[in-house]
Design a binder for this molecule. Sequence first.
Ligand code: UD1
Ligand code: CA
Length: 451
Amino acid sequence: MELATIILAAGQGTRMKSDTAKVLHPVGGKAMVLRTIEAAARLSPRPPILVVGHEADAVRTAVGERAQFVTQAQQLGTGHAVMQAADVLRGQAEMVVVFYADMPLLRTETLRRLVDSQRQNRGPVTLLTVTAPDPRGFGRIVRGADGLVINIVEERECTPEQLRIRELNVGVYAFEANWLWENLSRLTPKSKGEYYLTDLAPLAASQGLPVIGVEHDDLDEVIGINTRVHLAEAEAALRRRVNQYWMLEGVTLIDPATTYIHEDARIGQDTVIYPNTHIVGKTVIGPHSQIGPNSVISDSQIGTKCVVNSSVVEEAVLEDRVRIGPFARLRKGAYLAEDTYMGNFGEVKNSRLGPHTHMGHFSYVGDAEIGADVNIGAGTITCNFDGVNKNKTVVGDHAFIGSDTMLVAPVTVGNNARTGAGSVVTHDVPDGALAVGVPARLREARSPDSA
Ligand code: UD1
Ligand code: CA
C-alpha cells in the first residue's frame, strides 16, 4: 500500500517576527523543516512533498534533494496548501499523511501509530490530538457522543464554551487519498479567505464517515512553533530528550538543564559531564572521561579517561588520558597523543603533541610536530607565520623547550635537544644540543643524562 507524505511549509510565520522563514529557524542546531523531513523520510521510501511559498527559494536551497517541492504561490490556508500537491500525487498513493513543518520534535513512531490507526478506520481521516492545560492557540477538537471527531474549531472562531476544550488539534493527519482529492475542492474559505485543512473533519462527519482522533500523551513532541517562545520550548524539550537518552546509557550529567548535547554526538559510559558544557556536532567522547564545567567541544574525538576542564575543543583529537584546561583551546587539526597534558592559556592548532608531552602554561603551538615526552616551557610560541606562509616546527622526542622560547619556523629542534629560557630559535638545533640567546646560538652539546 503506497503511502505519501505532504509537509506544509509555505506560511510566513508572522509571529516569529523574523527576516528568516519560520521553518528555517534551527532547533538543536538543525532547521525545523529538515527535522520534519527526516521524520517523514523514515515513514515512507517516497520523498516527502514539501509545499513551499513564503521564502521559497531559501527553503528549497536548505532542503535540496531531500524533498519534492510544490509551490503555493499565495498562502490561502492549510487546505489550499494541500490542494497544490493534488496534481503530483493523485493516483500515486492510497494514503496521504499531512503535517506541518513547524513541528520539529515529531517522531516517526508517532506517524506510524497514526497510519496504523487509519488503516483500521473505515472512514477517510485519522488525526492526532493532545490534551494540554495551555491551549497555545491550537484548534479545539469537538467530539460527538460516540467519541468520534465531529469538528475542529480554530481558537479565534471558538464559542466561549469551545474555548474551554483542552483537547487540541496537533496538525498531523492521515487521509484516504481518493477521498482527500475529491473533497479538498469542497472546502469553502473561512476568515481572511483561508481554506482550512481542518474543515475536512466536519466534512467527513457530515457524510456519516468516521473521523478518528488518536490521543497522544507526549506534549513536547507535538509542540507547534509559532513564536520564539515556542522555539525555546522546543529547544529545551529536545535537550531533555537527548540528555535523558545519555543518562540512561550510563553518562552522568551533573546538571542536565545546562548540558547541551547535539544529537549526533556519542558519549561513553561512566563519563561525567559538568554544567555549562556544549557537546556539538559529530563529537565522540570515550568512557570514564570528565568533561566540563564550562566547555565547548565540537566535531572532536576524545578518548578514555580524559579530562577537559573549562576549555574549547574544535575539530581536534585527544587520545586516552589526555588532560587539558582550565582555559585551553584546541583548534582544527590539534592531535594530542595519550597522556599529554595541556594547562591554562594554551592554544594548539594543526599540530600533533606526542605521548606524555607537557605544555603547562601560556603557549601557542601551530603547524607543529612535537615528539613524545617533550616539556614545553611556559610562554613558548611557534612563530609559524612569516607574513606570507605558514611554516612548520618540528620538535624531537624528550626535548626540553625553555620558558618563553620563540621557535621561528621553519625550524627543527632535535631529540633530547634543549633551548634556554627566552631564546629565539631561528636555526635548527641538532639532537642533544643546547641553544640559548637572541638569536639562539648553540652551546656545547650535552647528553640528556648530564642535563
Ligand atoms: C494550525 C491548525 C490548528 C492546529 C495548529 C497546530 C489549521 C487551519 N489550523 O493552526 O488547528 O491546532 O496548526 O500547530 O490548519 N501553511 C502553508 N500554507 C498556508 C498556511 C499555512 O503551507 O497557506 C503551513 C505553515 O507554513 C505551517 C503550517 O501550514 O507550517 C501551519 O500553519 P500555521 O499558520 O502555523 O497554522 P496554525 O494557525 O498554527
Ligand atoms: Ca502553527
